[in-house]
Design a protein around this ligand. Structure first.
Ligand SMILES: [Zn+2]
Ligand SMILES: [Zn+2]
Length: 123
């Protein structure tokens, strides 16, 4: 079950609501491929292999979209066996999101320091 988190910058108090975690449908690779760019989709499928036997971890984490200038839900997938990670696209503008993990810097004041509060659940 995914969570809705409110992320507030400790410095300038700008806040964003982002969906993090993964939903029930996201354990099937067919349901998550569209979160990634075409070339990454190909690589993910190749890495998982024909019968998709290899396990993977998919989840949304907070990420920064340079085009939208805001904090968005960033889709990420990690292939268990190889440790390869791929980052998905922004669901509003389709830009591939940066690979940095963890908390991005604040688009408003450029500092890093977030307060997270749980707002609810999705899926
Ligand atoms: Zn800030
Ligand atoms: Zn965007």
């Amino acid at each position: 079950m995914g969570q809705i988190k409110k992320i507030t910058c400790k410095y300038c108090t700008t806040s964003w609501e982002v969906a993090v975690g993964a939903g029930r449908a996201h354990c099937r690779v067919e349901n998550i491929l569209h979160f990634f760019r075409d070339d990454d989709q190909k690589k993910i499928l190749e890495t998982l292999g024909e019968n998709k036997k290899k396990g993977f971890n998919f989840q949304f984490i907070p990420g920064y979209c340079e085009d939208c200038k805001k904090i968005v839900s960033k889709p990420t997938i990690k292939i268990c066996e190889t440790g390869e990670e791929y980052t998905g696209i922004c669901n509003s503008c389709g830009t591939k999101l940066g690979t940095a993990c963890g908390n991005p810097e604040c688009p408003e004041c450029k500092k890093i320091g977030w307060q997270e509060t749980l707002e609810g659940f999705w899926d």
